[in-house]
Design a protein around this ligand. Structure first.
Ligand SMILES: NC(=O)c1ccc[n+]([C@@H]2O[C@H](COP(=O)([O-])OP(=O)(O)OC[C@H]3O[C@@H](n4cnc5c(N)ncnc54)[C@H](O)[C@@H]3O)[C@@H](O)[C@H]2O)c1
Length: 279
């Protein structure tokens, strides 16, 4: 292993890691040697109020109903790499729950060195005049304020130890806007603003803050798109295919590592080139 990419001795917390990119990121950090707290709104084996979930987030309702939740399974896979891990229920909109989880992680794994703000909802699709104000508020609360809360809770400990890595998952939608997703695009652009502003303040404390902007990645959620839509996306992407979750996770692992010690305030597209002008 490249020693600069070795995360042994570091503790990571990943939000929204029951599936998709969060799960792939947790696995990549664990494989690189970090001890990882795998957190999500959903945990397999726990009872979820499916109707409430369905109402709050159609995707969460769908995956809860289908039993496709891998929060604990991800922690177990990380244990098999030889790193420590734990799976914890954490809703990023619930500040008290975040504080409790960070305390538990400190006891079980140690203070958080690497925070990955990945949790998000992306199911608010529709034309602007059909957008419901309560969905707009929910998207801000989960996608943007959620990252603010999680960062806030680990910040003091990172400052006191003069080391930290905060990696925010934005989106190509935050750079270019997104058709039929005004609230989502707004929250992801907000994440870019949070990343750059915080990076300025964080630098003097030995903390880097960076954002990764995935294009279309073949996660469970994106695989629910209809075939025609996937084909259109592939056509518009320079590499002519969707990305794999691991291809984003590797960039996050790099940003978490010593190899990225001089990278901060960066906004890194991992898009296969869908953001390039193709005439
Ligand atoms: N997949 C893509 O193509 C793509 C592209 C650009 C950006 N992204 C971003 O990557 C991240 C992950 O995307 P994904 O495709 O894996 O999505 P996903 O919907 O499959 O996963 C999101 C995860 O967040 C969790 N979550 C939702 N609300 C939560 C809350 N309140 N508290 C805690 N956890 C919560 C869900 O349970 C789920 O595990 C998101 O930030 C998304 O915006 C994804």
């Amino acid at each position: 292993m490249n020693m600069h990419m070795n995360l042994k001795g570091k503790v990571a917390l990943v939000t929204g890691a029951s599936r998709g990119l969060g799960r792939a990121i947790a696995l990549a950090l664990g494989e690189a040697g970090a001890d990882v707290a795998v957190t999500d709104l959903l945990i397999e084996g726990e009872t979820h109020d499916r109707q409430a979930l369905e109402e709050y987030s159609a995707l969460a309702g769908h995956f809860s109903k289908a039993g496709e939740i891998k929060t604990r399974a991800t922690a177990e896979e990380i244990l098999a790499f030889g790193s420590k891990s734990c799976a914890l229920k954490m809703d990023v909109t619930d500040l008290e729950e975040i504080k409790g989880v960070v305390q538990t992680v400190e006891v079980e794994l140690g203070p958080v060195d690497i925070l990955v703000n990945n949790a998000a909802v992306m199911d608010n699709l529709g034309k602007f005049d059909r957008q419901k104000p309560e969905r707009w508020e929910r998207d801000l609360k989960v996608n943007l304020t959620g990252a603010f809360h999680c960062t806030n809770v680990v910040w003091g400990s990172m400052v006191s130890r003069q080391w930290g890595r905060i990696i925010n998952i934005s989106s190509v939608a935050g750079l270019m806007g997104a058709w039929l997703q005004p609230s989502y695009g707004t929250t992801k652009a907000g994440i870019v603003g949070l990343t750059k502003s915080l990076a300025i303040e964080a630098g003097r404390h030995g903390i880097t803050v960076n954002a990764v902007c995935p294009g279309f990645i073949a996660t469970e959620a994106v695989k629910l798109y209809d075939a025609g839509m996937i084909e259109r996306i592939e056509k518009k992407t320079a590499l002519k295919r969707l990305g794999k979750p691991e291809e984003v996770a590797q960039v996050v692992a790099f940003l978490a590592s010593e190899a990225a010690s001089y990278v901060t305030g960066a906004v890194i597209p991992v898009t296969g080139g869908i953001d390039l002008l193709m005439i």
